[in-house]
Design a binder for this molecule. Structure first.
Ligand SMILES: Cc1cc2nc3c(=O)[nH]c(=O)nc-3n(C[C@H](O)[C@H](O)[C@H](O)COP(=O)(O)O)c2cc1C
Length: 177
C-alpha cells in the first residue's frame, strides 16, 4: 500500500557497500520517467552515477549535506531544461521524489541532496561544479542528486502525533482541522 510506504519513508544517508542491481536502477529510472510534468513537457534529464571516484567528487558539490554521497553506491542526478518548462523546478522536484519513493518501495534507502541554490565554495555554485564534472550542457539546470543504496541505518517512522496537524486548516485559514 502506498500509504504504508509513505509512513515508513525516511531519508537514509548510510549505505551498505552492496551495489544496486541493474533491474532496480531501471525501475528507479522508470519511476522518474513516469513522473507528471507541467503540460507533459518532461523537461528532465537523469544521470546515473555509480563510479565511486565520481561519487566521491559529487560528495564535494557543497560544503554541507552531501558528504555521505562518497559512501553511496549510486546517485541519480536530476537536471532539467528551463527552455522546455517554465516550471522546471517543480517538474524536476516531482521526478526526484518519485525516485526517492520508488527506492523505498524496493527496500532501498535514499536521500535528496539539494544542488540548485547551493554553493560549492565562495565562488562556484554547486550547479556549476556538478555540471562541469558530468559534462552537463550549458542551459540545463541541476536540481538535485538522489543518493541511493541498501540502507545501513534504521530510522523509525515519524510518529503520527509528531505530524503538524496545526498547519492544516478547514475551510479557511486559521480554522482548525
Ligand atoms: C528539497 C529538499 C532538499 C534536501 N536537501 C538535503 C541535502 O542537501 N542533504 C541532506 O542530507 N538531506 C537533504 N534533504 C533531506 C531532508 O533533510 C529530510 O527530508 C528531512 O530532514 C526530514 O527527514 P526525513 O526525510 O527522514 O523525514 C532534503 C530534502 C528536501 C525535500
Amino acid at each position: 500500500m502506498f500509504i504504508s510506504l509513505i509512513q515508513k519513508r525516511r531519508s537514509i544517508r548510510k549505505f551498505e557497500t552492496k551495489e544496486v542491481e541493474a533491474e532496480k536502477i531501471d525501475r528507479l529510472i522508470e519511476a522518474a520517467l513516469r513522473a507528471p510534468s507541467s503540460m507533459g513537457s518532461k523537461p528532465w534529464e537523469f544521470i546515473i552515477v555509480s563510479d565511486r571516484e565520481v561519487l566521491a567528487k559529487l560528495s564535494m558539490a557543497k560544503q554541507h549535506g552531501a558528504s555521505f554521497l562518497k559512501n553511496a553506491p549510486l546517485a541519480i542526478v536530476v537536471c532539467a531544461d528551463p527552455d522546455k518548462s517554465q516550471v522546471w523546478i517543480e517538474d524536476a522536484s516531482i521526478a526526484s521524489i518519485f525516485i526517492h519513493l520508488a527506492a523505498e518501495s524496493m527496500g532501498l534507502g535514499s536521500c535528496w541532496i539539494q544542488i540548485r541554490k547551493r554553493m560549492h565554495d565562495n565562488t562556484t555554485t554547486s550547479e556549476a561544479y556538478v555540471s562541469q564534472l558530468l559534462n552537463i550542457p550549458e542551459g540545463k539546470r541541476v536540481e538535485s542528486i538522489i543518493a541511493v543504496g541498501y540502507p545501513d541505518e534504521g530510522k523509525p517512522p515519524h510518529k503520527k502525533e509528531s505530524l503538524q496537524y496545526e498547519k492544516v486548516h478547514l475551510g479557511s485559514f486559521g480554522k482548525p482541522y
